[in-house]
Design a protein around this ligand. Sequence first.
Ligand SMILES: [Zn+2]
Length: 437
Amino acid sequence: MAVPADSEGAAPDSPPAELQPKTARWTAPGDWALAAELLWDGEATLHGHCVVVRGDRILAVCSVEEATEAGLAVEQHRGCLLPGLIDAHVHMEFSEHFPLHEQPRLAAKQLREAMADRAERMVRSGITTARDLGGRNFAALGLRDDIREGKVKGPRLLCAGQPLTAPKGHCHQWGGEAGSVPEALAVVDRQVAHGVDWVKVMATGGMRTPGTDVEEAAFSTQLLTEVVQKASAHERPVAAHAHGAKGVVAAVKAGCRTVEHCTWIAKAGQWGCVDDQTVEEMARRGVAVAPTAHANWRFKPMGERNFDRMALALQRLKGAGVPLLASSDAGAIPGLPHDALAGGIEVLAHMARMSPVEALSAATRRSAEVLGLGQECGRLAPGLSADLLLVDGDPTRDLHVLQWPILVVAAGRRVVPVVQPPPKPQTARPHRTRARH
Ligand SMILES: [Zn+2]
């Protein structure tokens, strides 16, 4: 049986170990068990094992034999059982059918329905957690609470409310503008008062807000430092949107927990102008990067040359030990559905030269740790949320099988996937992304 490997302060004889199935009495009515040919628990691959679920939690990860001896009817499946996926950067409020700043103004009820629909599609595709990095009217927070209360099917959400931005800065239309330290701190206070989980700052301009500069820092290091301190006093980590190196440097020095995009744009639009000193500082300070390498990057919308330069930048970050997180930016990218994370994981693996297991970790365990959810999800271990994804194949060898979930369980509730598994592939498949050699 697996017990939490790195649970803080958990001694080997703490509660999860007591769940060891020594007798037939460790299960209770209502417990149920799922087994697959293969189980990847976030770290190791296990054969002949199952996950036992009680309510919304994982009760045990044990051998099928142990579960059967304890009187459970173990449901056996083909394929692989793994932790539900995490998208570290989405925008639930926005539709992929419109450019970011041309979104229709919907009535509250319509907006709620549209967001609930996106959330359901996400969870049906295997995404059981997502971090929402901003919108204009705190709508994602209501969705988060509805999902938590079981009123809406969807992934567990962490929400950032209105991003803090410079006057006329990136996404200033959303209401988080500040031109001075007191104004910036007031924006942070307002987000916290609305119940955000993260604070988001726009440390540079953005490609989708005309008139902003992606290469220059939007805020001084001093202002960002005060923002991080303020957020931290409220126990909120800070995520910094940053393209150009100057914005990345300011965000890292200020103590931001994650850098979003991190495209290192400089020299009139050239991507991947990596600042080595900053990369080392990121590794030293434990800053993670959500590069928003999404499924449609396979079409290289930034151009062949910038795609290759970004790939090298990601390899440089990975080589230095900076955690890279599976992240799509869905909602901000026209044409990218909210449920396309699986394709993005393949793109990220290809660009950063990650092994399938490294990429899976970037979408599960590693991401949960960075997002502060290491004791809640991201692994299959006793005591954690029962967030399970069953896919038709072995994703530790071929990430493409993530495209076909057979079953998704979110916080102990079964969700039927949208896409039924295709017949076992015999030949090469379209859009398959392989690591280069
Ligand atoms: Zn975004």
